[in-house]
Ligand binder design. Structure first.
Ligand code: FAD
Length: 468
């Protein structure tokens, strides 16, 4: 009997799935970069099950790969092809333990799907202000382990900023409970921060206490044509000023991306009468029943048009129009897939430098890409742009992607880093971006990360090969 059999045989068998027809769906990452192998997927129902699994794996030196919704864009939840790691899926650990409306907090287990938690908050007249395109399949444990961003970061922050407390199983099987939903708790090191954004390398999150906010009672959504990219920063500043810092989303859509979307989805409509090179999807929300939000946005548009910064715009008149505008933004990744998929560069720079970055990076692609097609969009209110490139029409997408990643991609990352930015704004490192971390990461930071990993997980059994 080998080490993996020792673990599998010691576990209650209802936690162990060995059937290859079932385990197959846990083995390939969302973007289909990699397919791994495993002898079994373990599906705990309780935190005690998780602790037992980790304890047994620690005893026998068997590596584990925590997996949530498996929507990682950098293969962070995919086991190695050697088949020597066990996948731990948190999907059955999915109870909402408590919603304390007066405390504006929600305590839920790691396997809760994000949209389920959003709906629970909504039913209580509150808002869970974490939102991203994968909301129907990603799980809160995955969101916290990747420190997810998304479309509401501008007002509410990254996933990390919404965490009040955390419960997790450490790599030796110890249950760490710092789950109290407290806004103030200065009692030594804030150890929960170690697990947030750790991509499963320091332990398995089993539950979390999250901040809620009052549900917005007014929402104004606008789609604007921008005269020139350089105006983005000014427009964002004016929008914040006019709405009293109530801009929740400030999303950029290039005409390249909108055209792809309209070609891939013939049922979608261009929201404006004339095309422009650049657009912004702007959303303002407030929970105040008396703040004149609509007037504020109308005055903002008047001011921006008078100044020549915005050339055209439309305000969503209701929920259906709002949904249609958001679909234009959120379905761009699908449109890219319909045209052979994109080479993604998820980069960030400070918002004041973003227009210059987009211009300079576009010029690099123009010069070096041998006809590659741009698709640029993203959360520019946070300084984060998805600067993507598609193969030229008629090229074999996979060959072109391999060539581009070898010959051109580094120029784009070099530019972002030279401008003081990040080579991975919100998707993390996982397996796919380890090369970028080696090239651009600070050696001192990497050394400290390795020291933390060695201290918390001396056997290296938690999600080996990822991040560090
Ligand atoms: C359509 C689409 C849109 C997206 N939009 C955004 C976006 O706007 N912003 C953004 O940041 N990301 C976005 N993503 C990427 C992805 O959805 C996020 O990274 C998400 O947070 C991953 O959650 P998941 O549940 O799928 O985690 P998984 O992919 O299953 O896992 C991610 C990482 O977390 C670890 N992990 C999972 N659960 C646990 C746990 N309980 N304890 C410890 N470690 C764990 C895994 O080992 C892995 O390292 C998008 C993806 C898609 C497909």
């Amino acid at each position: 009997m080998d080490r993996i059999d020792s673990v599998l045989n010691a576990l209650p068998q209802d936690l162990v799935t060995r059937d290859p027809d079932i385990t197959a769906r846990y083995l390939t990452d969302f973007r289909k970069y990699l397919t791994g192998a495993t002898r079994a997927v373990l599906r705990p129902r309780t935190r005690e099950d998780v602790a037992l699994i980790v304890r047994l794996c620690a005893e026998h030196g068997v590596p584990l790969v925590p997996q949530a919704g498996n929507t990682s864009y950098c293969a962070a939840a995919t086991p190695s092809a050697a088949g020597d790691e066990l996948v731990v899926s948190l999907e059955r650990l999915n109870a909402i333990r408590e919603l304390d409306a007066a405390n504006l907090s929600l305590t839920a287990e790691a396997g809760c799907v994000l949209s389920v938690l959003q709906e629970a908050a909504d039913a209580a007249g509150l808002l869970l202000p974490l939102d991203l395109g994968s909301r129907q399949s990603c799980q809160i444990g995955g969101n916290l382990s990747t420190n997810a961003g998304g479309v509401s970061v501008l007002k509410y922050g990254m996933a990390r900023d919404l965490v009040l407390g955390l419960e997790a199983v450490l790599p030796d099987g110890t249950l760490l409970e710092v789950l109290q939903p407290l806004r103030k708790n200065n009692t030594g090191y804030d150890v929960k921060q170690l697990l947030l954004g750790a991509e499963g390398t320091l332990g398995i999150i089993t539950a979390v206490s999250l901040k809620l906010v009052r549900k917005p009672v007014q929402t104004v959504t606008a789609f604007l044509a921008i005269s020139q990219i350089a105006a983005l920063t000014t427009i964002l500043g004016e929008a914040q000023a006019y709405t009293g810092e109530n801009i929740t989303s400030f999303e950029y859509v290039s005409d390249h991306s909108l055209k792809l979307l309209l070609a891939a989805k013939p049922e979608a409509r261009h929201p404006l009468s004339e095309a422009s090179a650049h657009y912004v999807l702007l959303e303002a929300q407030t929970a105040s029943p008396v703040f004149p939000l609509e007037d504020a946005v109308s005055a903002l548009l008047e001011r921006l048009m008078e100044a020549g910064l915005v050339t055209d715009g439309t305000l969503a008149a209701g929920g259906a129009q709002r949904d249609a505008l958001w679909e234009l933004r959120e379905h761009i990744p699908e449109a890219e897939v319909a045209f052979g998929g994109s080479i993604k560069h998820d980069v960030s720079v400070r918002t004041s430098r973003l227009p210059a970055f987009i211009e300079a990076a576009s010029a690099l692609v123009e010069t070096h890409s041998q006809g590659g097609r741009l698709s640029i969009y993203g959360h520019v209110g946070d300084g984060n742009v998805h600067f993507n490139v598609l193969a030229p029409e008629g090229a074999v997408a996979s060959d072109y992607k391999a060539w581009f990643e070898r010959e051109v991609a580094a120029r784009i990352y070099d530019l972002a880093v030279e401008m003081g930015g990040s080579y991975s704004a919100e998707y993390g490192i996982g397996l796919v971006k380890k090369g970028l971390m080696a090239r651009y990461g600070s050696p001192e930071k990497t050394a400290l990360m390795r020291a933390v990993k060695a201290a918390v997980d001396p056997q290296g059994i938690m999600n080996p090969g990822k991040v560090v």
